[in-house]
Write a protein that binds this ligand. Structure first.
Ligand SMILES: [Zn+2]
Length: 241
C-alpha cells in the first residue's frame, strides 16, 4: 500500500510540487550524456520526482507484457480520464475494462496507477529517509505495493467516485489511504511477482556476468542491482522471445 497525499486539497499541492520539479528533470533526461549517468538509487537520493526513472519503467512494463501478453491494457484512451504526470497509462486488463465502464465519459482524475519496481524503489526511499515529504507520505517496500499489482488507482476526488468505482469492482481502502482503490472484481491478476521478474530478466540480459535468480521475489540481490540500474533504461531493452 502506498499513499500520496491523503486529501484532495493536499494532493493538488503535491502535484504542483511534482510538476515544478519535473520539468527540468524531464529536459535533463533528454540529454544523453547526463541521463546515462543516473542510477535508480541516485534518482532516489537526489530528486523529488520519479520522472527520471520513466524510461526504465517503460522497459519494465513492456517486459511484463512480454512475460504475460494481454495482461496490461491502456487507460489513457478512456474518455474523461486524466492521469497524473508520472502515472503509467496502463492497468491490469480486467481493471482497465472495469474502469472504462465506471468512468462512462465523466471527468476522472487518477493521480497514480500501475507502478514499476523502479518507481516504488524511489518512493520507498523517500518514505524511509523522510525525503520529499510533500510528495510521498507512505510507501510500501518494492515488490509489496498494491500499485505494483496493476490493480490500484489513486483518485483524489474519491468521495464522488466511491459508489461508481465500487459498483465496478474497485474496493476503497478506507481512511488510512483515502484516495486508494484496488480492483477486486472478476479477472483480476496481481502482477507484483511478474513485475519483479521483469526487472530480474532485464538485468540478466544486460549483465550476463552478474546474473541473479529470476524467481520474481524481492530480495537483497535484486535490491542491489535495482539500485545500480540505469534510470534511462538498459542498453538491451524488453524482448518477447
Ligand atoms: Zn494508492
Amino acid at each position: 500500500m502506498t499513499s500520496m497525499r491523503p486529501t484532495p486539497t493536499v494532493l493538488v499541492l503535491a502535484t504542483l510540487v511534482v510538476r515544478g520539479i519535473a520539468a527540468p528533470a524531464v529536459a535533463w533526461a533528454d540529454d544523453d550524456v547526463g541521463a546515462a549517468a543516473l542510477s535508480v538509487d541516485e534518482v532516489a537520493r537526489t530528486q523529488c520526482s520519479a520522472a527520471a526513472v520513466r524510461p526504465l519503467s517503460d522497459q519494465l512494463l513492456a517486459e511484463v507484457a512480454c512475460l504475460r501478453p494481454g495482461v496490461l491494457a491502456p487507460i489513457d484512451d478512456i474518455p474523461g480520464v486524466e492521469l497524473g504526470i508520472n502515472a503509467a497509462p496502463l492497468l491490469d486488463a480486467a481493471a482497465a475494462r472495469a474502469l472504462r465502464a465506471a468512468a462512462d465519459g465523466s471527468p476522472l482524475w487518477i493521480y497514480s496507477t500501475t507502478r514499476t519496481l523502479a518507481q516504488q524503489y524511489v518512493y520507498h526511499h523517500w518514505y524511509r529517509h523522510r525525503r520529499c515529504p510533500s510528495v510521498v507520505t507512505l510507501a510500501a517496500p518494492p515488490g509489496r505495493s498494491n500499485h505494483e499489482s496493476g490493480l490500484a488507482i489513486d483518485v483524489p476526488e474519491y468521495a464522488a467516485w466511491k459508489a461508481r468505482l465500487g459498483a465496478a469492482g474497485f474496493r476503497w481502502l478506507g481512511r488510512r489511504d483515502r484516495v486508494h482503490f484496488d480492483y477486486r472484481g472478476r479477472g483480476a491478476v496481481d502482477l507484483r511477482r511478474l513485475s519483479v521478474r521483469a526487472f530480474q530478466r532485464l538485468w540478466n540480459r544486460n549483465h550476463p556476468d552478474d546474473r541473479i535468480r529470476e524467481h520474481g521475489r524481492w530480495d537483497t540481490a535484486t535490491a542491489r542491482r535495482l539500485a545500480r540500474a540505469p534510470a534511462d533504461g538498459f542498453a538491451q531493452g524488453p524482448t518477447c522471445r
